[in-house]
Structures are given as C-alpha cells and as structure tokens.
Design a protein around this ligand. Structure first.
Ligand code: SAH
Length: 366
C-alpha cells in the first residue's frame, strides 16, 4: 500500500471504522499526501474539467452578474470579492476582465481567495497577481464589510456522511478493512444517535435501505454566510451539481483521469465528490435570516445572464474554427444532456438586497 492508504488503514486499525466524511477528508485534504495537496486536478490532463476551464464566457458572465448586483445595491466601496476554491484562477481572471467594463467596479474590489492547496495557490498567484489577492484558509478570516462571494464546484468536494435506513433506526455507513486489508463499506449499528443526524424530511418516512448523505461542512458554511448576510450586506453564488433535495441514495463517487473509479481504491489519487443537497444548504442559510434563491439549472441561469447573446457577439468576429469551438463550449455548459441540467445555481443574500440576476423571476423564499 502506498503512503496515504496505509495511513488511513492504520487509523482504522487504531480507532475502528471511519465515517465516510473522515475518510474523504483524509483522501482529499491530508496536507502532505491528500489529493488536493499533491496534484492539479483540473484541465485536460487532470481528472476533470470545470466550467471556467471550458470557456472564458462562464467567468465573464459571472463577472457581469457581480457588477450588476453591486451597482443595483448602491455600488459600495470597498467591496470584498471572495472566491472559495478558485482552482487555477481562471474564473476570477475572466470575471475581473469582464467586470472592468462597469465603471468603478474593478477599483472597489478587495480580492480574497479561500484555498487550502499550496499548489493551486501558486497557480492562482501567477494568474491573479495584478489584483493583489489575499489568501485565507477559512471564511471566518474574511474581513467585515459588503461582500460578494463565489464558489464553482466547491461544495461537492466537502466531506459527506452517509446514513442507511435500518429496520427501526438509521445506521451510519462507515469505512472499514476486510481480512485482506482492503477498504470496504460497513454499516454501523442502528442507533437513535444516527437517526438524529438524518434530516427531518427523511427520518420517519424512508424505507429500509434508503441512503441519505449530509454534508456538515456545507451546512456550517451556509449558516455562517446566512448569519453574516443577516447583519452585513452581501451575497454568495454557488454553482455545482446536485438537486433541490437529497435523492435518497448514495452519490459519493470518485474520478481519476476523467474516468469514474471506486471511491475506495487508492485514496489520495482520485477526486472524491458528492452531489450537493441545495435544499438543505439554502434552508441552513434561511434559518439564520438570510434569503435563499434557487436552485435553478445552470442552463437556465446562464441563459438569463445572456450566454447566447454573448456567444453570438463573439462568433461575429471569429473564423469558422474558432466559432465551432465557442459553440461547442457553450453547448457543454447549457445543454440539458451535458452540464445544463445536472448543474445548478443557488444564492444566499442579505434580506435587503435586490434579487440577483438569474433568480429574478424565481423570487426568494425567506
Ligand atoms: N472553482 C474551480 C476549482 C474547483 S476544484 C473551478 O471551477 O475550476 C475545488 C477547489 O476547491 C480546488 O481549488 C480545491 O483546492 C479547493 N478546496 C477544496 N476543499 C477546500 C476547502 N475545504 N477549503 C478551501 N479550498 C478547498
């Protein structure tokens, strides 16, 4: 076994089976051997491609989304602009370039990047140096004041716990070792304690065998942002794959080199990810007094932001090859069969703020 799997195995031998979240945290975030510490997961040669990697239009539209909301909320300066998990910094550099067309916006920005990976921080520095970013490890380290925050494909990387409906109560799904020291899923005992962690909508109703995932870190993030935006002006936009409600089955999966692999094989060498439960996420923010918007499909969100008009404008000045490339990238972003439906956009905002673009017909549920 290589170094990280043996470290996880040692911990299981010493402490007993691990929660899926503890396993996921070690596999992704071990500061020396974890997936994000050791590799650049993004792009063609990585394990997956994200929207900002597909087309500059994605970041440009989000830049205009920010500038529009900033303007309609009184153009506060300075404005804290923060991104969670900025990857290679592409979204932010496209955003800043497009945002510069709105007078005063670029000058108002104080840029903060929340990133744990030293490797990706270095790439972000190379790409965004002219905007003088400040890196922080956690959102609690962001200064007070008016803020816009963005996160694309961030929530899906946060560790989830899984619960399986038993005969009377729920069991937590754990990760153990078999007789040959291979990682296996093993369910803990049915207990009231496990049942208590299952969201109320599922707790009583589910049939035996149903699996519910919860993401404590995402819920804590939503609560913290909700509490902040209840006191101070701000909004946060989250784009990720997931649904408005947990589907009642496990969604944890792993990708290595653009292929789906077992989440239990060679932890640390594959990306581990789970669908976002947007309903639970927005409810946690609403409970703190913020407004929650969405989720709406990425296809609908980008259409409302004018992706087709932007495509047409870019195509006018482009040759046939470039036009084909642009059209292909936009199709990947909006087609229901590609990213258009599986990916969703949701926002958390201060109660007094005007409705953000892309959610305006939707209304907000306080
Ligand atoms: N937003 C980028 C990258 C997505 S990959 C894009 O769309 O291309 C996920 C990003 O989140 C990576 O930058 C990863 O290092 C970072 N990340 C994951 N978990 C994190 C955590 N708990 N705290 C801060 N950054 C985290």
């Amino acid at each position: 076994m290589s170094a990280l799997p043996s470290r996880i195995a040692r911990r299981i031998r010493a402490e007993g089976p691990l929660s899926v979240a503890a396993y996921m945290a070690m596999a992704l975030h071990d500061p020396v051997l974890g997936y994000y510490a050791t590799r650049d997961p993004l792009g063609e040669s990585g394990d997956y491609v994200t929207a900002p990697e597909l087309s500059q239009i994605f970041g440009e539209l989000i830049g205009l989304w920010c500038a529009d909301l900033w303007q309609r909320s009184g153009a506060p300066a300075p404005l804290i602009l923060a991104e969670l998990g900025p990857g290679r910094g592409l979204l932010m550099s496209d955003l800043l370039r497009a945002g510069a067309s709105v007078p005063g916006f670029r000058q108002a920005i104080r840029l903060y990047l929340v990133e744990t990976s030293a490797k990706l921080r270095a790439e972000q520095k190379a790409r965004l140096d002219s905007a003088a970013p400040v890196w922080v490890e956690r959102i609690d380290a962001l200064p007070p004041g008016p803020m816009l925050l963005l996160a694309n494909e961030f929530l899906d990387a946060l560790p989830v716990r899984q619960f399986v409906r038993g005969k009377k109560e729920w069991r937590e799904r754990l990760i153990a070792l078999d007789a040959q020291d291979r990682f296996i899923f093993a369910d803990g005992p049915e207990s009231l304690a496990a049942s208590r962690l299952v969201p109320e909508g599922w707790r009583e109703s589910a049939e035996e065998g149903v699996v519910v995932e919860i993401c404590p870190a995402a819920l804590a993030l939503a609560s913290a942002l909700g509490a902040r935006f209840q006191k101070e002006p701000g909004a946060a936009l989250f784009i990720d794959y997931g649904e408005a409600r947990s589907p009642g089955r496990a969604t944890l999966r792993a990708y290595r080199g653009h292929r789906e692999v077992s989440p239990l094989s060679e932890p640390g060498t594959a990306d581990l990810t789970a669908d976002v439960d947007f309903g639970a996420f927005l409810d946690a923010a609403r409970q703190e007094g913020a407004q929650g918007y969405g989720p709406v499909t990425q296809g609908r969100f980008l259409a409302a932001l004018g992706i087709l008009e932007r495509l047409a404008a870019l195509c006018r000045g482009a040759g046939p090859k470039e036009r084909e490339r642009l059209e292909g990238a936009v199709a990947s972003l909006v087609d229901p069969e590609e990213m258009g439906r599986r990916f969703k956009a949701a926002a958390i905002a201060s109660p007094g703020l005007p409705a953000p673009d892309g959610f305006r017909d939707d209304g907000a549920r306080p």
